[in-house]
Design a protein around this ligand. Sequence first.
Ligand SMILES: [Zn+2]
Length: 480
Amino acid sequence: MSETRRQLARDARWAAHEGREGIARRQRDRLVDLVAYARASSPYYRELYRKLPEPVEDPALLPVTVRPTLMARFDDWVTDGEVTRSEVESFVADPGLVGHRFLGRYLVATTSGTSGVRGLFLLDERSAAMDTALRSRASGLLGVGDAIRLLARGGRTAIVTAPGGHFSTVAATARFQLDHPSLGRRMRVFSIRQPLPELVDELNRFKPAVLSGFLGMLTILAGEQEAGRLRIRPALVVPGGETLTTDAARRLGAFGAKVRAAYAATECSFLAVGCPHGWYHINSDWAVVEPVGADHRPTPPGELSHTVLLSNLANRVQPILRYDLGDSVVLRPDQCPCGSVFPAVRMQGRAADLLSFPAAHGEPVAMSPMLFGTLLDRLPGIGQFQLVQTAPSTLRVRLRSTAPTDAGPGTVTRTGTGTGTGTDQGWHTVRDEISSLLAEHNVNDITLERADEPPQREPGGKFRRVIPLTEPKWLPQEGL
Ligand SMILES: [Zn+2]
């Protein structure tokens, strides 16, 4: 069955118009289809689901899946027999192929994400089209005045991120530019690795109507805007990657723009969209999000979950079904005042763990954990890292040299056992890279300690790559 982008966009609007019943029907039908497809085409799911009834209409019947196991069983997990992990690994090792289609049909995105095990994800055409289809539904939230401001600026979009890798935002942007060369010129990726004054200068010249990027980086740019060095007037600011706190939202106010935070994962790029009341509405016609406790039983609305189980109903090549995403969320128990018929959540797992360092002169320097993540993910031989700020000017670096790839079915690496804590060569590379990143941000005199211990999980089982000295202020309760 081939579905055009237009059909997908039309169905997305109908779903919203029909309300909860229409959305639930679509979700159920699509789950039945995807489970049947996974059983027929993925050896991993055929084995995992062999005792389940047919059809499966209730996601709660499905066993939970975790990234380490799926990655270890990669070749059995995918539903396309021509896809192998080794060939995808070779593909992502070539930076010249960012945004190109693997085997001529799949977009490839990589992440090391919050679970600490590097992910390799393939998106088929329908899943890639879903972003646009669902965005057309969400863009209704913008008023006419905003639309005019967007048009007046030629609709230029600036994406502030870490280029040079196959991370999902970069790969998706490159794909769009290859498919639509003329529209593609209106989108540009700006590197977070360049010195801040250069980035500010480039943005001033580009004059974006839409500014998107990692939240931590956007709040730093908001400071530049406030100081008058950055002078852009975007109509829309789209922070991603981390939970938007009320504090961060207030700082983004410097742009005088609508702020629409996105809640996404490489496993499901179209997962949810932020609303003006500070909630994230799940696109539940194409995704199932189940907030659950540590025992995988449902967490009641209004209470903070241990994790969420995600099913992406659009992507068939690499089915994500009841997958432990690792985020703690609160499901809103009542109707959101914005009027959306889609379920509303807030996350805690991804609170922006901004690292704050003392500066020789003036205000402390805040750095996003994403800066360190995108830097260290590129280094060969580093399977996992964790930075712990043990004193205002001290970062303790925990390393694991290679990712655990030998995890069998059902095993999750909970503690730092197995591989070593990094070679001397690996440590020197990491130390030099972190030092130059800090210097680029005018952070000096930081002590980098090499830890004897490997990266650790928190008592609740969560893994955080960057642990600041003081806990971030989360808990936004009122509208933004
Ligand atoms: Zn809302």
